[in-house]
Design a protein around this ligand. Sequence first.
Ligand code: IPT
Length: 958
Amino acid sequence: MSFRTTTAVDYVEDVSPGSGALPPRAWYASSDAASLSLNGAWSLRVSATADAEDDAFAEPGFDFGEWAEVQVPGHWVLQGDGAFGSPIYTNHLYPFPVDPPHVPTENPTGDHLRVFDLPADWPDLGDGGVVLRFDGVESCARVWLNGTDIGEFKGSRLPHEFAVGHLLKPSGNVLAVRVHQWSAGSYLEDQDQWWLSGIFRDVTLLHRPAGSVLDHFVHASYDHVAGEGTLRVDSDVDGRVSVPALDIDVATGETVTVPVRPWTAESPVLYDGELVTEGERVPLRIGFRTVVLEDGLIKVNGTPLLFKGVNRHEWHPEKGRALDLETMRADVLLMKRHNLNAVRTSHYPPHPAFLDLCDEYGLWVIDECDLETHGFVEQAWRDNPVDDDRWTPALLDRAARMVERDKNHPSVVIWSLGNEAGTGRGLTAMAEWIHDRDGSRLVHYEGDIDCRDTDMYSRMYAFHAEVERIGEELDGGTHKRRGLPLILCEYGHAMGNGPGGIADYQRLFEAHERLQGGFIWEWIDHGIKHEELGFAYGGDFGEELHDGNFVCDGLVFPDRQPSPGLVEFKKVIEPVGIEGDGSDGTVRITNKQDFADLSAFAFEWSYQVDGETVESGSLSVPPLAAGESADVKLPGAPDGRGAETGWTVRALLAEDTLWAPKGHEVAWGQVAVAARLLPSLAASDAPVVGERLITLGPATFDARTGELRTIGGVHVNGLRLDVWRAPTDNDDGAEWQTDTRYGLLWRKFGLHRMRHRLDAVEVGEDSLTVRTRVAPAAWEVSLSTVYRWTSDGDRLRLTVSVGPEGDWTVPLPRLGVRFGIDASADRVRWFGGGPGEGYPDTKSASRIARWDATVDELQTPYVRPQENGARADVRWTEIGGLRIDGDPEFSFTARRWTTEQLAAATHLPDLTPGDTVWVNLDHGQHGIGSQSCGPGPLPQYYLRAEPAEFSFVFSEVS
Ligand code: IPT
């Protein structure tokens, strides 16, 4: 005979959303009703299974003296130095056997206790009610107050409220919360991120006076033809609505239309108002805007939007998804300062305060529901909860908790059903419910490829060519889809070095009306601060299953320092286009905003001679309306006397804004005038052959091998052809990519272990020529490489000629020379692209000027070390006592470790400085692309194995 016991923890595997909670409603901070934050130190006991301990701990008087302390909001695995377990990272694989709704017996469970008194001024307990609110608990919780079980819930990033007034005492209240890491809800929360349980958002006690507001819905639309806003505030409890600046004072439910300034992400005009009921005053921040799908386009206030967006997960390197207000504000400020105008809250509703910031600073928001069942893809989506009616109540509960909580935010223009959940009836039910509840916004879900339930066609990581086809309306699809705009809800995978090719996407977005922009994947690297490793990623905690550094794919590093990808994106999406070809002394200025004219910006011009600014001034630009362009005359150019010359024009904030001070640069462009004269050197010196050395001008060479030894007083180590770079995440690509993964092929063909065969050292009348064959073991392909050295007595010229031989089927990672110099080399100066790195398809933001940096500053700290730090289009550089002029321009890197060491490192602390600075001077680099989850580099950014010749002129500088 067999039987199954029912236990007190059956709710954990119950597909229903929970029991005991109040209906969802709008989230707000009351002006006058009392509230008490229960954030802070709580007591914690972690057990290995859901039912290892009984619920006696919830009883008042329980002795929890031995328990550990944990900070709420927080995740217990990120506290206690590993004593409470450790984080797990998987992209889409469930880290437990897939058998919905069952979860493993091993189910870390955190019992949380907090004893609290009501403050002395807390209202009389007989007066009204009290609500206990949890803003986020992962993944399932059961709650007791003063020994009474008040309910249990799932839906980690959604609020849950309980009526507790009848249970409260003035002092000695015992709040007990049992949190389980795994639950049926985990099947719905398979987002690509760390699995981190805990009470990770605020816990608050809210007094609800008699006659207070239950729920309210602010409807504030804008008629762009009439210039009028229409306001109606619905409230479950009747009251009055006032907006002093608009002279509005009406009853709830009453509609009023007045002239207003509309809300847009560019000018986020908010009107302060108040909803007053008998028992409460609720502050309103009203933004008037109308979102519609019209003419196949997403329009706000009558104008089609172009999303310049990013996917934002909540992340802090020490606190995980427990974010404080300042961290949220830091994100918003960084986004605004980098020209972003939109956020997709991938893949769950964020902390509500984040949306307040989006309202205030101006960002369009796609608010996404806490839903992803991606792991079912491994079983061809069999048993997917979103296509199983038993789960539909949980899905609808999630949809309602999102919409009700966030419905009063003007920034939220689109609701998203979730991410990567396949297809199914449950999703349709969510979309229907949302459309019905809130007809004032549009619905998004990428997985709905036919757009049955959605209002826009959404794709992720579509290749450029396909995006272009969709832009040209040549993509086919269902009748409904053909009438809808495209957004890329994810593109430009910012993992490691990259993403490449985003400027090429932007050109498509700007060229085709149907393409309404996209959202880079993703905002921040989810690295976890780690004493030995710097930032930890998947696998660093000994996880059985993990996806490595795929969790570090953001535009900012874990500490929120902008990565070059963010700087590139800022340039690509700038609100003002500044272009000119130098032929007619004008610059073309284009207002690339959707709404505002250019009056917020002041323009400046400067004139550079050999990269040095010699004159500057302000430029008067007409206040062009959105979408307009004008050719603006530049001032007369000073005489460059044979030097390279050009203008730089910049658009700056004319006044302080909420998000950046006056003078903050939003856009720039360069207009070249006179081109650079290439370095010339008359080969006048003859090589002198000594016993062990050959001397040519300032240089000495090994007489036997022809290898360069010194240039003046500078020792040069191992100068030779180099084609290898430490593969980037985008070089390596992802398993499922359809483009060729060259990072793997490069290793297969041995580009990291090229051998250099010396064929001849030829001493000519005015040159030294060294002939070599550079090739990997096992393969017949080679690069026949000739180094030709000449000198005018002072300076030394190297011309490298490379001839590929054999059947080259792969492009080269890089093509150039590398050499070592003494580690005392520290300061680097250059004239060329900067200040940051730039590769063929990531150098929009690389500005031609004079720059300097230390060798350490040249490094980009990608969490997993890889090729980085190349400066593009360099005319000359000075490093370690050498000046190097390129013919043509080149790209360079300088590091205190070799490429081999860089490629072998898994974390930044693996890189330790040696006694050499290794310099690479590259004639070319292969493009970067976005193949870690998307297309590889476009063909025009390939570095093909083709005959090439390039020169450098070396001289000694003091
Ligand atoms: C896509 C996911 O939506 C996102 O959460 C993230 O995992 C991203 O990829 C990669 O970092 S899904 C993609 C594998 C098609």
